[in-house]
Design a protein around this ligand. Structure first.
Ligand code: 5RP
Length: 227
């Protein structure tokens, strides 16, 4: 659970991120508590003069954006996004991320892939030397469940099917998530490529080359990493 200080840091990072959004931008809307704060700040700016169109990265974000009156485009129908704002579960100064704590990794990856400028917003707890203390979320089609488990184990991963409120967690795309312990990850790009080869994995939470700016708040100080 995030404490008050962490929540304040999330808000500080969210506020810093929305300064990058321009009038008429198509904005990729991330998922999670930090992205939610950024979306709420964007909605406040829209009460004045800012006009944007959002592209949500999850059903939860879609609902939030609709409740705030943000006009939306459907992710699958979009060719380009001007800027996206999303959170992360872990990041390194080499711009490698683990995402998917909220289970929205697949659509978040598509949003990031379509975006010209990708901003990641985090509190001070997300910076790590090496990825991997946070288990890598892997989204798996149920028909490939046992096959994918075998393939992940060949890569020395220990997958655990995600459960939420005592029920198997089902993603927006009707799949499972396997939170997978690979230990500390020495070469995120190699692991990402290996996971990309496995049929039945829709997406994994290792984000490589999908981030341009990271805004991390520590206390009320922002550290900004630019690629
Ligand atoms: C959701 C994500 C989130 O961006 C990530 O889990 C960070 O969340 P938060 O801002 O709540 O710490 O990847 O799938």
């Amino acid at each position: 659970m995030a404490n008050d200080n962490q929540n304040l840091e999330k808000l500080t990072a969210a506020k810093a991120a929305i300064a990058f959004v321009k009038h008429n931008d198509v904005v990729g809307l991330g998922t999670g508590s930090t992205a939610t704060l950024a979306i709420k700040e964007l909605a406040k700016l829209m009460e004045n003069s800012l006009k944007i169109t959002g592209v949500p990265s999850s059903e939860a974000t879609k609902e939030l954006a609709i409740s705030l009156g943000i006009p939306l485009l459907e992710l699958g129908k979009v060719n380009a996004i001007d800027i996206s704002i999303d959170g992360a579960d872990e990041f390194t100064e080499q711009f490698n991320l683990i995402k998917g704590g909220g289970g929205a990794l697949f659509r978040e990856k598509i949003v990031a892939s379509l975006s010209k400028k990708r901003i990641v917003v985090t509190d001070g707890s997300k910076l790590v030397e090496k990825l991997g203390a946070f288990k890598v979320p892997i989204e798996v089609n149920p028909n490939a469940e046992n096959y994918v488990i075998l393939k992940i184990e060949e890569l020395k991963g220990k997958p655990v099917k995600r459960v939420k409120n005592d029920e198997v967690f089902i993603t927006d795309n009707q799949n499972y998530i396997f939170d997978t312990d690979f230990g500390l990850i020495n070469d995120p790009e190699k692991l990402a490529n290996e996971l990309n080869q496995i049929d039945g994995i829709l997406a994994h939470g290792i984000f490589v080359n999908l981030t341009d700016i990271i805004l991390m708040a520590k206390g009320n100080q922002i550290t900004s990493y630019h690629k």
